[in-house]
Design a protein around this ligand. Structure first.
Ligand code: NAP
Length: 250
């Protein structure tokens, strides 16, 4: 078993998750970097962690698949022998559509990955970290979105609803495991300049929205990572059930 604390970052291969993985490694965490399709990106993050003297492992698992989630945690067990933190970061958007255009398949995929995947990952993490199960405690940070508050009308209200579920998961789970050594918090990023906008068919969305953001610019993945690492750290020892907006005032 490794001596260093171990962090699993879902969707750790690109965007916010990659920034969290790299910053965590620089702060002494060993990092399990989950991805689903872009193996090269995940291996690059692990290579950067190891080049800086840290330890990382890339783990392929589709968070829309319950069996793959279980296997992912088993790989973490085998590789590191412990788990101290989970960042529930992996998430998807879809192309802009009104609700009266959305198919059942689209909505089910959105909820399966963004909501069911995050809940199942949190359950696996609690099984390992809770003092009730013989664990040594830990921290969970869920990545929500300002969409949970703003609703994303005309763009993706299904995504916004999936992130509102993440806010509620955070509040309930924080209270459920508060006496078991586990703190659970969330970040609501605003518009962050990552590939996710291109995956929703709007590659320039982050830059185009600058004028609607009080700070007049999109955020950087590293700015979200700083907030995540704060919530994971012992400095945040009395913070649980909190939801922190990292949104440039949006
Ligand atoms: P991104 O650049 O699109 O990266 C997504 C990451 O999630 C990738 O590592 C991807 O893996 C992984 N992923 C996607 N589907 C997955 C699945 N089914 N199973 C496992 N991993 C999967 O996204 P991002 O902008 O960094 O967003 C990260 C989180 O922040 C998401 O939850 C998103 O909703 C939230 N957020 C983002 C923004 C923003 O403006 N960017 C704003 C608010 C909230 P592969 O590399 O293998 O594809």
């Amino acid at each position: 078993m490794t001596e260093a604390p171990v962090l699993l970052v879902t969707g750790g291969s690109r965007g916010i998750g990659a920034a969290v993985s790299l910053l965590a490694a620089s702060r002494g965490w060993h990092v399990a970097v989950n991805y689903t399709s872009n193996q090269k990106a995940a291996e690059e993050v692990v290579a950067a962690i190891e080049a800086a003297g840290g330890k990382g492992v890339a783990i392929k698992a589709d968070l829309g698949n319950a069996a793959e989630i279980v296997s992912m945690f088993e790989v973490v067990d085998k590789h590191f022998g412990r788990l101290d933190g989970l960042v529930n970061n992996a998430g998807i958007v879809d192309i802009p559509q009104r609700i009266d255009e959305m198919s059942a398949e689209r909505v089910e995929r959105m909820m399966r990955i963004n909501v069911t995947g995050s809940i199942l990952c949190a359950g696996e993490a609690v099984r390992r970290m809770s003092t009730k199960h013989g664990g040594r405690g830990g921290a969970i940070v869920n990545i929500s979105s300002m969409a949970a508050k703003l609703g994303s009308p005309g763009q993706y209200v299904d995504y916004a609803a999936s992130k509102a579920a993440i806010d509620t998961l955070t509040i309930g789970l924080a209270r459920e495991v508060a006496t078991e050594g586990i703190r659970v918090n969330a970040i609501r990023p605003g518009v962050i300049d990552t590939d996710i906008h291109a995956s929703g068919g709007l590659p320039d969305r982050a830059r185009e929205m600058a004028s609607s953001i009080p700070m007049q610019r999109p955020g950087r993945a590293e700015e979200v990572a700083d907030a995540v690492l704060y919530l994971l750290s012992p400095t945040a020892s009395y913070i649980t059930g909190a939801i922190l907006d990292v949104s440039g005032g949006r």
